[in-house]
Design a protein around this ligand. Structure first.
Ligand code: ZN
Length: 345
């Protein structure tokens, strides 16, 4: 059930599940500000509000994804969210904050540990353990919360670098690393085929697989992902709405799409609300399983999970019943065990 809190705003009264959110884009600007000052980082702005407006996108301030990655995400956010102090604090704040502010009782947080180790100057295991400590603290303090960590491989990394991340995920699978993701912009040298064996090995060790694909028009390798690494879920996958054969295949394989509505709008992956509506309605008409997620809950204004629900309702993109169903699908397709801290003890 969804109830109206104020004009134009609705909030679900049931617990939510968040399956697709990135560490670097889920840190509140105030936490970034604190982490930066704790460690003496020089920031491009001296005033907090100027800093917040610089790193945050909104429906009124959209930036093409590649440009945001190049100008802000990689040079600034990745750097600020690096190191054991930042990673532990960020993980703890994101997971506990998700429960407090949005009644999220299941959160899967993803990151690429190799992008948070200051270019190899910090030992990778220390970065990973910092993330696990942050998660354990949140789970201890909020017993109704369940969580898991997904490691992102990077398309722009070498196979050898990504292989190290997969080995680390296998090593820490009993401590809360529940899955692997492929992220990053399309590159000429990247092919899912190259990872077929490695991913099969990860699956054998109990890891689940998702992959960013079909997010933007010029980088649609959903078919290749399905036929090689066969992921249980797909990050975005929205371009499938333009390929009927692909929609059928996704349904046949029961692959779940992790839809991130506001992210697609602010990064200009979709042109406008009309295109977003077309895509989501097409997925519903074809019985595609999908969940609603934030992707970048703090780097987009008003983008917390409840706000995403509210936005979809307000613009008549989804009904209350459809939102409730997508949330149920999220709990059912989660990679993380749902027994709180005891999942990993
Ligand atoms: Zn993402």
């Amino acid at each position: 059930m969804l109830k109206s809190l104020m004009e134009g705003s609705f909030t679900p009264t049931y617990p939510l599940a968040e399956l697709h959110t990135h560490l670097g884009a889920a840190i509140h600007p105030g936490i970034y500000w604190k982490i930066a000052h704790d460690q003496g980082f020089k920031l491009p702005q001296k005033d907090y509000h100027e800093f917040r407006d610089f790193i945050r996108l909104s429906l009124e301030h959209t930036v093409p994804m590649e440009k945001y990655f190049k100008d802000i995400y990689h040079p600034l956010l990745d750097r600020l969210s690096s190191g054991t102090h930042a990673v532990e604090e960020a993980t703890y704040e994101i997971m506990s904050g998700a429960y407090r502010s949005n009644n999220i009782t299941l959160i899967e947080l993803r990151n690429n540990p190799m992008k948070h180790n200051h270019n190899g100057t910090i030992d990778l295991d220390h970065v990973i353990m910092a993330m696990i400590r942050g998660m354990e603290r949140a789970l201890l303090e909020y017993p109704r919360l369940s969580a898991g960590i997904i490691f992102c491989l990077a398309r722009e990394f070498s196979f050898e670098q990504n292989e190290i991340i997969v080995e680390k995920a296998i090593k820490y699978r009993r401590r809360g690393v529940v899955g692997l993701d492929f992220a990053g912009p399309a590159t000429k040298s990247f092919h899912f085929e190259t990872y077929k064996k490695l991913i099969a090995k990860a699956k054998k060790h109990g890891l689940k697989i998702t992959a960013h694909t079909g997010e933007v028009k010029n980088a649609n390798d959903v078919w290749e992902a399905l036929e090689t690494i066969s992921p249980q879920r797909i990050g975005h996958g929205i371009m499938a709405a333009y390929d009927r054969k692909l929609l059928k295949e996704i349904v046949k394989r029961e692959v779940v799409l992790e839809i991130c509505p506001l992210s697609n709008l602010v990064t200009q992956a979709v042109e406008n609300i009309e295109e977003l509506t077309f895509i989501i309605r097409t997925l519903i008409e074809h019985n595609v399983l999908f969940t609603i997620n934030t992707d970048w809950p703090e780097m987009i204004e008003r983008a917390h999970l409840k706000r995403q629900f509210s936005f979809l309702l307000k613009h008549k993109i989804m009904t209350e019943a459809e939102l409730k169903r997508s949330n149920k699908i999220a709990f059912e397709s989660a990679f993380a065990p749902q027994k709180g801290l005891s999942s990993y003890l």
